[in-house]
Ligand binder design. Structure first.
Ligand code: G6P
Length: 461
């Protein structure tokens, strides 16, 4: 069997694993994907150093070999804070108002991709299957091809793919997207992003596109694009639920909320997650039903993210202000409606908190998939499951259609869905949860890995 080589910007090296909330869904998912098959995981160490060595630092943890390189502060600034997180991330999340277009950061992005390729090259065997992940590493496949690698190569985008009319605002967009045709297989989280990608290839690149099979042909290159909705390690979450850590956390939440229903949100502190809009919705709920302040407590876990990027500093300040305002207006001497927590939590603690909270509130303005929604479902008690309120703009909404789907831009809709969730009869909660639980259990991370790598295996170069 071929070895699987996964490349992503962030690698879940064990020292970073504790703060699971802060590292986002990608690192946790890839860790689970590799645990079964073994293999190599290559990426950035999360550290910066002046004149970093191109030779990776290698360690093996639970059968997974992790090879990482440091980045220089300059590279980090142009590639990670710059092009990846100030240009592509906002653009891919339909926030062109926040996107910055600068030549230097674009060059830095290409330079770091080239560095990744050069550092990885000596570790690659001819039989390896290479699988690159996310918007940080779009040109990596082409860099490897230029170095003569003919391995099977796939790429998976964890974020949305924007509509063509938005993407064309990116200077040199054709140059970036054409590099994707160096991969044999391209994966997207759901049909909506896939369709936008195929549309772009056909109408902007002038490629030959077969929508049925996802086959794209241009200038003698052929690639296949398909949707592969990512899942979670369902079994792992079930087992975590049995741990003392999860039980204690659940107990702490329950004893501190007592007769009130606890509602939870867990998000990296990112403008794509719709956090200020969510707080507006909660504020609207209390405005419309003031007597229900004693029924509900909202726990928002929001570990800070990408703190050197200006738009992230602003969103943090805005949230602090909003949470403070609502609490100031609605608190009583013995009751505070919103608990706003910036700390990251371990997975075990999150599992306990999910279980103790009878409403899960997941309202991104745009999200590739959103694994918190799936984690919340996995952690519910079958006899008394909670209600998931889910943004219709998250990729997950295509699978979890039994959630209460909400328009995250509408405070009235959020308020109404909270009311509906609070009043939902047990039989309805059970029926909705069961169908979502089946999906989360069956369409899990192992299945996702098998589907993608299986398809990549079948493709003959
Ligand atoms: C999202 C991205 C991932 C990223 C994660 C955490 O899920 O799709 O690629 O790793 O956020 O963000 P960070 O910038 O801390 O890696």
């Amino acid at each position: 069997m071929s070895r699987l080589v996964i490349i992503s910007n962030r690698v879940a090296v064990p020292k970073a694993r504790g703060a699971a909330g802060a590292q986002g869904g990608l690192a946790g998912a890839l860790n689970a994907a590799l645990k079964k098959s073994g293999g190599l995981w290559f990426g950035w160490s999360g550290e910066t150093s002046e004149n970093p060595s191109s030779e990776p630092h290698i360690g093996t943890y639970d059968g997974v070999t992790m090879a990482t390189i440091d980045l220089s502060p300059h590279d980090l600034d142009e590639y990670y804070n710059g092009y990846a997180n100030s240009t592509l991330w906002p653009l891919f999340h339909y926030r062109i108002d926040l996107a910055r277009f600068e030549r230097e950061t674009g060059r830095g992005y290409e330079r770091v991709n080239e560095r990744f390729a050069s550092s990885l090259a000596p570790l690659l065997e001819p039989d390896d299957v290479v699988w690159a992940h996310d918007y940080h590493l779009i040109p990596l496949g082409e860099d490897l091809r230029r170095k003569g690698f003919t391995n099977r190569m796939g790429f998976f985008l964890h974020t949305p793919w924007p509509a063509t009319r938005l993407l064309v605002s990116l200077p040199y967009h054709e140059r970036l997207v054409k590099t994707m045709l160096a991969y044999d297989l391209l994966g997207f989280q759901c049909d909506e992003w896939l369709t936008s990608f195929l549309h772009y290839c056909e109408y902007e690149l002038g490629a030959d596109v077969d929508e049925e099979s996802g086959r794209i042909e241009l200038d003698g290159l052929t690639t296949i694009a398909r949707a592969y909705p990512i899942g979670i390690d369902y079994q792992h979450f079930k087992e975590l639920g049995e741990t003392g850590e999860a039980r204690q956390t659940a107990q702490r939440v329950l004893s501190s909320t007592r007769h009130r229903t606890a509602m939870i949100g867990v998000d990296r502190l990112d403008y794509s997650k719709g956090l200020p809009e969510r707080l507006d919705g909660i504020g609207r709920f209390f405005d419309r039903f003031p007597e229900r302040v004693q029924d509900l407590v909202y726990i928002q876990i929001a570990p800070p993210s990408r703190e050197d990027v200006e738009s992230y500093k602003r969103i943090r300040a805005e949230l602090e202000q909003k949470a403070g305002q609502i609490n100031g207006a609605r608190s009583r001497i013995d009751l505070v409606p919103i608990r706003y927590v910036n700390q990251g939590h371990t997975q075990g603690q999150l599992v306990g908190a999910y279980r103790a909270c009878k409403i899960g509130l997941v309202t991104p303005l745009r999200d590739g998939m959103n694994l918190v929604a799936k984690e919340y479902i996995a952690c519910q008690d079958a006899e008394d499951p909670g209600v998931l309120i889910l943004s219709r703009f998250a990729g997950a909404a295509q699978q979890l259609s039994e959630a209460l789907l909400v328009n995250p831009h509408s405070p009235d809709d959020i308020a109404e869905k909270i009311r509906q969730a609070l009043d939902m009869p047990l039989a309805e909660r059970k029926a909705r949860w069961k169908s979502m639980r089946n999906c989360v259990r069956d369409e899990n991370i192992q299945r996702w890995t098998e589907n993608f790598t299986g398809d990549l295996d079948k493709l003959v170069r």
